[in-house]
Design a protein around this ligand. Structure first.
Ligand SMILES: C[S@@+](CC[C@H](N)C(=O)[O-])C[C@H]1O[C@@H](n2cnc3c(N)ncnc32)[C@H](O)[C@@H]1O
Length: 357
């Protein structure tokens, strides 16, 4: 029996489960029902399967909606008194085959909840216990085995992290602004958009470094993926990234204002607009967000085909955004969910263009 744990952004667990089911079925894996948020842990999906670890982990390693793949080893409740001593005791008794084969290892910890100890305390205690048990060396940089000892409220989970670096680092990032979208979130937005047609035209009018375009160009190789941004540095940076990924020919870019789409693009020129506009949190604090949304929605309606999709993340002014949707009557809400990314909680909307307002 193999127990894997896949990590993603809180709010995207069901998207991971859907991707896993598709890939497992295509690979002829024995059926295994993914469990979203096991033990209530946000951003995790558990897979339990009769299949051996290696092929399952290889399959999970191809996924595009996750960051890490872990083999779950053990879980236990943290006592209210002496929790660090309990971690030490549990690890001294735990058999981890990967530790027997390891030469150098490191411990990493994710922690959420109210604890009297820090992540560093967990790492120190757990590391000492594993050194004592296996006689291997701790090496934070040149390690061959990474053990996760995570504390979520009163539960402690021990796993072997099978992915060395996060799986979302799949595109060249010659230009990587602080506000670049996580590739995993970009991929989830594209999946949730439900763009099943083999060919089409997609636009990201706030493309920044081009994350959505890079992901779309790989996911939908016969689509043309247009990008624009108001900032010339972003357009140049996105171009660098798209060229490095070898998809620039299919991704024309220009510098323009997303509030003015109807002036720059032909009516009904796109099947989809997928975008991550400023949220008014780290970027765009000073802009009139409601005015921006109004213009974006009306312009998007003009340049989308009937039934076309507008998928976007909305940060601040969510209530006003919802009111605008009602007032304008241009789009049907097909899907909405709250997600978490970089400690911010935007709402992911998939809207469908109505035939007429
Ligand atoms: C959150 S960032 C997008 C990040 C991008 N998804 C990435 O991965 O790098 C928002 C982008 O919107 C652009 N922007 C802000 N106001 C705009 C406007 N009125 N028209 C077009 N782009 C705008 C900013 O320059 C910024 O690049």
């Amino acid at each position: 029996m193999t127990a894997l744990c896949l990590t993603t952004n809180p709010g995207l667990e069901s998207v991971v489960a859907a991707e896993w089911r598709e890939r497992a079925q295509a690979a002829g894996c024995p059926p295994a029902t993914p469990e979203c948020r096991p033990l209530g842990i946000d951003g995790q999906v558990a897979i339990a399967s009769e299949a051996p670890t290696r092929p399952l982990a290889a399959l999970a390693g191809q996924m595009r909606t996750i960051y890490h793949v872990m083999r779950h080893c053990h879980q236990f409740e943290l006592p209210a008194t002496e929790p660090l001593a309990a971690i030490r005791q549990q690890l001294l008794q735990l058999t981890i085959p990967e530790m027997q084969a390891a030469e150098r290892f490191r411990i990493t910890t994710q922690r959420s909840g109210d604890h009297a100890f820090s992540s560093m305390d967990v790492q120190r205690e757990a590391g000492a216990a594993l050194v004592e048990r296996y006689g291997k060396t701790v090496d934070l940089e040149h390690y061959d085995t990474e053990i996760r000892v995570d504390a979520f409220d009163r539960v402690c989970l021990v796993s072997v992290q099978l992915t060395r670096s996060p799986l979302d680092r799949r595109h060249p990032q010659l230009y990587a602004p602080r506000v670049a979208l996580k590739t995993v979130v970009a991929h989830a937005m594209l999946r949730l958009s439900g763009l099943a047609a083999p060919q089409g035209r997609l636009l990201d009018p706030c493309c920044g470094s081009g994350t959505l375009l890079l992901e779309a160009a790989q996911l939908m190789p016969a689509w043309r993926c247009y990008g624009s941004d108001r900032d010339a540095r972003c357009v140049a940076g996105a171009r660098q990234n798209l060229e490095a990924a070898g998809v620039a020919e299919r991704c024309p870019l220009q510098q323009l204002d997303a509030r003015d789409l109807a002036r720059h693009f032909p009516p009904q020129g796109f099947e989809a607009i997928v975008t991550n506009p400023p949220w008014g949190i780290r970027l765009g604090r000073k802009i009139d967000l409601v005015g921006f949304y109004r213009k974006l929605l009306t312009g998007a309606w003009t340049v989308l085909v009937p039934g076309g999709r507008l998928t976007l993340l909305v940060g601040r002014k969510r209530a006003a955004f919802n009111r605008l949707l009602d007032q304008l009557g241009l789009f049907e809400v097909r899907h909405a969910r709250a997600i978490e990314t970089n400690d911010v909680h935007p709402m992911l909307f998939v809207l469908e263009r109505r035939d007429r307002p």
